[in-house]
Design a protein around this ligand. Structure first.
Ligand code: SDX
Length: 428
């Protein structure tokens, strides 16, 4: 038994299990030998205390509100970087040199078009289809068009798929939006930077030129940075699980989009806006907080709580500060922001929220900014998906680069019927 082992004693066994240490964060007990040595599984629904992999991409300290992308604090990246540079950092592990940044940006710019046939898929949807449904379908369809990135073992093909996904996500997202409102789809303009190009595809109309707003572009770029990655969250874990089967990168990311859609995850930003709108007035906040504390209500304060952050979500702090600045600069006076600020104030003083360590998360304020940028509520989670694509595909590549990768296949505690004999229909 090495000094780095822990001993687990059961009624019938005593087994030493190695500790796995990372560069930061809690060490982990390697339970791989457990079943073989003791006949026991581990049980951890929701994986609250389970490390599913080793990763060098993002580090979170939930107690201290720390978020690092490849070792760089999110606060520094938010202040000094831009989304496409952060995407490079997540993918490559280092900040790019000017030459590397130019090459990366040029590659992304020249992979923004989508195959004309993808428009046919969009036309197969009703106009009122949720944009996340259209995005999920169109991203999954990409594997039908690109047969030159089907070999997951080829690093060059993995990287090309990453470039394509980061480049095309805004095009597919804007196309889904334009289809849902009956506007003609806009092609990406290579002379525009990543975020301006997206805003142009979203809002440019044939009847008049679009005046791009630098405040909107800066705010959106910052939101993309803050949403780019977040360790092994539900959608990233989904991408990794699908990727572990050998599925292609487009199908893996499409699975991540599906997972992100849920209101407990990326769908929360859309749910926050609906909740704030339903609250409607600061005088109703007390009732909403009381409902959220009532277990029988099934109601939760959307945008509050987090599996990992138990003091504050550093992203929420940054977005909260930005919300005022952006709305002031855009000359938007949104009463929902006032309600959000008041709701946060009331909730953070409430014993229930203090005891349960429920603080505003990344989704609480982001929707207010998206709304100020005239992005419709149904597109909020799509915005999250555009940004998180950089993280998803970085994790997908990392898992293919890590030696010894195996298909993910959790076990269970079986609570069903014990063996019994079949009874013929006429005997039942
Ligand atoms: C994201 O994982 C990530 O990193 C995700 C994310 C990322 O960048 O990828 O950060 C993005 O998904 C942010 C979270 C967005 N979701 C929401 O805002 C939805 C509302 N919040 C929750 O449903 C909840 O807080 C979760 C899903 C975020 C976290 O769920 P957990 O960790 O499983 O916590 P839980 O559901 O077990 O709740 C613990 C307790 C419960 O009470 P008890 O049964 O212990 O008495 O806290 C209560 C819950 O009822 N609780 C809430 C609450 N969230 C938890 N009560 C009221 N309102 C809430 N929002």
């Amino acid at each position: 038994m090495s000094s780095n082992d822990v001993t687990l004693t059961t009624p019938d066994h005593s087994v030493s299990l190695p500790l796995v240490e990372g560069t930061q964060g809690p060490s982990c007990v390697d339970v791989a030998p457990l079943y073989r040595e003791t006949g026991h599984f581990t049980f951890d629904p929701g994986f609250a205390a389970t490390a599913a992999c080793k990763s060098a991409i993002t580090f979170i300290d939930g107690e201290k509100g720390v978020l690092l992308y490849r070792g760089y604090p999110i606060e520094q990246l938010a202040e000094k970087s831009r989304f496409l540079e952060v995407a490079y950092l997540l993918l490559e592990g280092e900040l790019p040199t000017p030459a590397q940044m130019h090459t990366f940006e040029d590659k992304v710019t020249h992979h923004t078009m989508m195959h004309e046939s993808v428009k046919n898929f969009l036309h197969g949807f009703h106009y009122d289809a949720h944009p996340m449904a259209m995005l999920c379908a169109s991203v999954a369809s990409l594997s039908a068009f690109y047969h030159d990135t089907n070999d997951n073992a080829d690093p060059a093909q993995r990287k090309l798929a990453a470039i394509r996904l980061i480049a095309k996500m805004p095009t597919l997202a804007a196309a889904a939006y334009r289809y849902s409102i009956g506007w003609p789809i806009r092609y990406p303009r290579n002379n525009l930077e990543y975020v301006d190009r997206f805003l142009h595809m979203m809002f440019e109309v044939p009847s008049e030129p679009l005046e791009l707003n630098p405040v909107a572009a800066k705010a959106l770029d910052l939101l993309f940075i803050l949403h780019a990655d977040h360790e092994q969250n539900a959608s990233t874990s989904t991408v990794r699980l699908v990727g572990s089967t050998g599925a292609n990168p487009y199908a893996s990311v499409a699975a991540g989009i599906a997972a992100l859609w849920g209101p407990a995850h990326g769908g929360a930003n859309e749910a926050v806006l609906k909740m704030l709108t339903e609250i409607g007035d600061a005088k109703n906040i007390g009732k909403a907080v009381a409902r959220a504390k009532d277990k029988n209500s099934g109601f939760r304060l959307m945008g509050f709580g987090h599996r990992v952050y138990k003091n504050f979500d550093p992203r929420a702090k940054i977005i909260r500060g930005m919300a005022h600045e952006v709305l002031d600069e855009l000359g938007v006076d949104d009463p929902l922001l006032d309600i959000a600020m008041k709701l946060e104030e009331v909730a953070l003083k409430d014993d229930y929220f203090i005891e349960h360590k429920l603080y505003p998360n990344v989704d609480f304020y982001s929707g207010i900014i998206y709304k100020a940028l005239k992005i419709p509520t149904s597109m909020f989670t799509v915005m999250f998906a555009i940004a998180r694509t950089a993280g998803w595909i970085s994790h997908w590549i990392e898992q293919h680069e890590m030696p010894g990768g195996r298909i993910g296949r959790p076990r269970q505690v079986y609570v069903g019927a014990t063996p019994r004999a079949f009874v013929a229909l006429d005997k039942r």
